[in-house]
Design a binder for this molecule. Sequence first.
Ligand code: NAD
Length: 174
Amino acid sequence: MRGLLVGRMQPVHQGHLQVIKRILEEVDEVIICVGSAQLSHTIKDPFTAGERVMMLTKALSENGIPASKYYIIPIQDIACNSVWVAHLKMLTPPFEKVYTGNPLVQRLFIEDHYQVTVPPLYYRDTFSGTEVRKRMLEEEEWQALVPPSVKEVIIEIGGVERIKHLSKKEVSEK
Ligand code: NAD
C-alpha cells in the first residue's frame, strides 16, 4: 500500500521526519509531495523546490530510510482548489491513504473519497517551519529543530543569509 504526505517543507524539520517514519510503519511506500513548488525567495517560502528535495533526500538517507521506500515529487499550486487533487494525481504514483494535518488538504481528499489520516503532531510549537524561520531571523538556536543533514544543506545554500537579506527594509536617502 502507498501513502501520501503533502507539505511546504519550508524548511524540512524534525516534525516532518517523525511523521514520515510513522507513515512508513503503516504503508509500504510513501509519496512525499513538496507543495507550493513554484515559491522561493520570500520570508515565508525561502527555499526552492529543488533545495527542499535535497533536504528531504539527505534527511531520509541519514535516517537509514532506503530510496526504494519513497518518491519525492514537487507540486506547484494552482488557482482552483476544487481540481487540485486531480492536478496532484496527474504527477504522483497511485496511492490509497493520505496523511495530513492541514484542514484544506483533508477536505479536498475526503471529497475525492480518499482515506485521510491526521497524524499526531510532535511538539508543534517548536517543530514548525514558522518557528525555524523566526529563529533564523532572530539569530536564535534553530539548528536542533531540523535534522543534522538539513542544517548542512541550509548552511551550504546560505539559507540564513538569504532569509535575513529578504527581511531587510529598503533604505531611502532622505
Ligand atoms: P507543512 O509543511 O506545514 O506540513 C505538512 C504536514 O507535515 C502536516 O500536514 C503535518 O501532517 C506534518 N507536520 C508538520 N509539522 C509537524 C509536527 N511538528 N509533527 C508532526 N507532523 C508535522 O505544509 P502544509 O501547509 O500542510 O502544505 C500543504 C501544501 O499543499 C501547501 O504547499 C499548499 O499550497 C498545498 N495546497 C495547494 C492547493 C492549491 O494549489 N490549490 C490546495 C491545497 C493545498
